[in-house]
Ligand binder design. Structure first.
Ligand SMILES: [Zn+2]
Ligand SMILES: [Zn+2]
Length: 149
């Protein structure tokens, strides 16, 4: 600071100083504002990212639920299929598949009472009988009859 100074100059000097101070303050404030803006922006961005992450998580969970539901349905239908599908039995006489619900008497199934074999009625010694009659009586297949003799 100059030693000899007129009041006018002094005032000018002080004004300048004030201005400078003001400028500094302004700059500082602006910087603060910018900083807070930056912080706010960062916070916002962070929030958005976390929101997006949550959204993704929710989506993932939803898809996972759907897939688990799907697989559950699949296993359910598999069980149903298994329940519906009776084990295939083949006729011990002609080796053709035995079908449980047929109209034709000659194709109806008859099981030997002496062994686990199953036959078409037409493939047994009782092929000339009515199915109902044969079913009423004990049935022993010809394999067993041969062994009995
Ligand atoms: Zn048969
Ligand atoms: Zn038998």
């Amino acid at each position: 600071m100059p030693l000899a100074i007129s009041s006018k100059k002094w005032r000018q000097y002080m004004e300048e100083k004030d201005k400078e101070k003001e400028n500094i303050l302004k700059k500082r404030e602006e910087r603060k504002r910018l900083m807070t803006n930056k912080k706010e922006e960062q916070a916002k961005r962070r929030l958005e990212i976390s929101k997006r992450k949550q959204c993704n998580k929710r989506k993932e969970a939803a898809t996972r639920k759907m897939t688990t539901k799907k697989s559950a349905a699949n296993s359910e239908s598999n069980i149903k299929m298994k329940e519906n599908r009776l084990p295939t039995i083949y006729c011990a006489g002609c080796n053709d598949e035995l079908i449980s619900d047929v109209e034709d008497d000659s194709l109806k199934n008859i099981g030997c009472d002496n062994c686990p074999k199953w036959f078409h009625l037409k493939c047994t010694t009782k092929k000339n009988f009515k199915y109902d009659e044969v079913a009423k009586e004990d049935f022993v297949c010809h394999y067993c009859l041969i062994h009995m003799i």
